[in-house]
Ligand binder design. Sequence first.
Ligand code: GLA
Length: 409
Amino acid sequence: MRFFAPLSVVALALTSITAFVQTPTVAKAQSAAPEAAAQTPPMGWNSWNYFAERVTDKDIRAAADQLVSTGMKDAGYIYVNIDDTWEGERDANGVLHTNSKFPDMKALADYVHSKGLKIGIYSGPGTKTCGGYVASLGHEEQDAKMYAEWGFDYLKYDLCSFIPDVMEKQAPHDKAEQMRIMEAAYVKMGKALKATGRPIVFSLCQYGWDAPWEWAPALGGNLWRTTDDVQANWRSIYAIISQQDGLQKYAGPGHWNDPDMLEVGNGKLTLAENRTHFSMWAMLAAPLLAGNDLTAMKPEVTAILTNRDVIAIDQDRLGKQGKRAYSDGEVEVWTRPLAGGALAVAIVNVAENDRLASHPFHLDLAKLGLHGPQAGKDLWTGKAITLTEGQAIELPGHDVLLVRIASPK
Ligand code: GLA
């Protein structure tokens, strides 16, 4: 989807940095995220996964309309986020103007707000965004102020050209210094946003490189990407799922791991894959930012995105991210502790090929710390289900059994 191929450009530059983990120094001085922001993982829609660089003002308005008319807003999808390619040029006073696809940002923000929704925008700390558009370097306060004046509620701040433009130029052979420079850049924008006095969710985007979960929360990040860009295919989605186990301890109210935006309803994902993708993002306490064309959404996709029981797992107020309890050949079992002592269990057939019921899978409740029959609700059929020791479970390829157990024993 990227026409500037930014990650491939900068990937080389960062490979050497990823090898070590740097203790944040700049970070220590910065206070945590604003109390009120992102107490549960942000929910909404983002333009990139479907529209990419084609997105226009009209698409954003249509997405806002659709969030309302499809019931997504009522289900919790509140942010309408404009991703890259809205940017025009800076004038003599350094003011960044929009390009012709976005004739009036203030009017657009007002429109989105008039629907009872919030609105998000995108930039980066470098000279250019990932799409090659003008970014915020040297204009952080000015841009933050402008976002606030326009009425924005959310900023995705994408590293991209900052690596070659600044980090490598200023500290060519010093990876530790490069990390400090990067952290300082995120701190700078975080402070600029805070100084506006407007609550603005701060979303850090640097593709999971350099273990951001270790330093992003202290920098004021409400969420930070844990992976490279998601694609609308099972391989990408499963690769991302696999990379999330172990990160659970870093997530909590106000600060979330971000395994990237949803591809539900995009590409050739089957219904099973869409269900599993959505279920697992809920298990991971991930931000739920739909990325499909809401104006042409099939009812079965709407049904997945608006499944209240699954959304409730994602938005559980305890804010504890799930983990992989065990895997057994082609089946993985994940658990997520929920408020009030409840437990979510996701059993996923992750087999590479798409055979039906590829195994006799027998549930091992003891591996989940459970003993005896567990009464629960199957969140995709909506029916009661009891999980028992050794239970044979047949799952079609890439499908999921997602169960909420109210009183696990
Ligand atoms: C990067 C990000 C994507 C998207 C594009 C926009 O690739 O990871 O999510 O924002 O930039 O150019």
